[in-house]
Design a protein around this ligand. Structure first.
Ligand code: 8YV
Length: 318
């Protein structure tokens, strides 16, 4: 058997994912890019490929690249690659790949599930049973309808589209903001400005790519425009929303609620979120199913194999 290609694996992977990487490649594992420093210069100097998993903004930066002078490819586990300094990587001729498409359905499911859980107060429903309130006090307090309302999507990429298609099944009119109008979706109303979109809709789904370009794109003005009956749902990155403005709006009931899978600085989230009862939160688990994570891991490995075989990459982003 030919000698396996050597890679460094960075991030928090499951035992199965690590095993599969090791079957195909000769692997060195570290938890985060900072840990590259703990590897000897001799073990770093010939490394051409990295399997990376992480979404701390720009974690994989010039200083990390300096530690891997022969690096040619970073195969990212995730559709979002805001953990990597792409401009610097491109400047150095380092190729980046990601794992798009395979996670669209799971992430969209979480967006819809969180909206319904918040609007129908599922958490209170569970408590109502467990606390015995059902028997003592009768029916739980009434909640608010989801179907038939107006939905807005900020960022109509692959995941935004998967969300919109699901919402059509809930008899909702779809409005969207994106950089340009999409000719392929004639039934959905384009807004050239996110404030006019927020003014128009009941539910605002954030499905932007992360990174500096979209930092706090969902501004205080957008959040305010959503109004007292509005709900904001974010499955993209915490960085896309002005979180302080969102917290202010939630605390003062300027908007009805928020359903959030992502946070600035996660997993250490702003403690103000913990005090709120108009927020439904999940710990960034949009793509977190066995099926989808397996598909993401397979695509990550396939991109590395193609690179070492001198074949074209499957999902390059630069
Ligand atoms: C993460 C994600 O990759 O794909 C993305 O951009 O944010 C997620 O799927 C996943 O949580 C692993 O960290």
């Amino acid at each position: 058997m030919s000698k396996k290609n050597e890679i460094i694996v960075i991030g928090d992977y499951t035992a199965t994912q690590l095993e599969k990487l090791s079957e195909e490649f000769q692997t060195i594992f570290v938890n985060k890019t900072d840990d590259l420093r703990s590897l000897s210069a001799a073990s770093r100097k010939n490394i051409k490929g990295v399997a990376f998993k992480g979404h701390r903004p720009l974690e994989f930066d010039a200083a990390s690249f300096d530690l891997l002078p022969e690096l040619r490819i970073i195969s990212n586990f995730g559709v979002g690659y805001d953990g990597i300094d792409i401009q610097e990587a491109s400047r150095r001729g380092i190729k980046i790949t990601n794992t798009p498409d395979v996670l669209n359905d799971d992430v969209a499911d979480v967006a819809i599930g969180m909206l319904i859980a918040l609007s129908r107060n599922f958490l209170n429903g569970v408590d109502w049973i467990k606390s015995g309130a059902w028997g003592k006090s009768g029916e739980m307090p009434l909640n608010r309808t989801v179907s038939g309302k107006k939905a807005g999507i900020v960022g109509l990429g692959r995941i935004g589209c998967a969300i919109a298609h699901r919402l059509s099944g809930f008899k909702m009119n779809i409005h969207y903001y994106s950089r340009s109008e999409k000719s392929s979706v004639k039934d959905w109303k384009f807004h050239s400005d996110p404030i006019s979109l927020a003014e128009e809709v009941d539910f605002l789904f954030i499905a932007l790519v992360g990174g500096q370009e979209t930092s706090q794109f969902v501004s205080k003005e957008v959040i305010q425009a959503l109004g007292a009956d509005g709900i904001l749902i974010n499955i993209s990155r915490g960085s896309t929303v002005d979180e302080e403005a969102l917290l202010d709006a939630l605390e003062t009931k300027h908007i009805r609620g928020a359903a959030l899978d992502v946070f600035t600085g996660e997993p250490s989230i702003n403690p103000r979120f913990l005090e709120l009862d108009n927020v439904f939160m999940q710990p960034h688990q949009g793509s977190g199913t066995i099926e989808t994570r397996e598909a993401m891991a397979k695509l990550q490995r396939a991109n590395l194999s193609r690179f070492f075989a001198n074949e074209s990459l499957i999902t390059p982003i630069n």
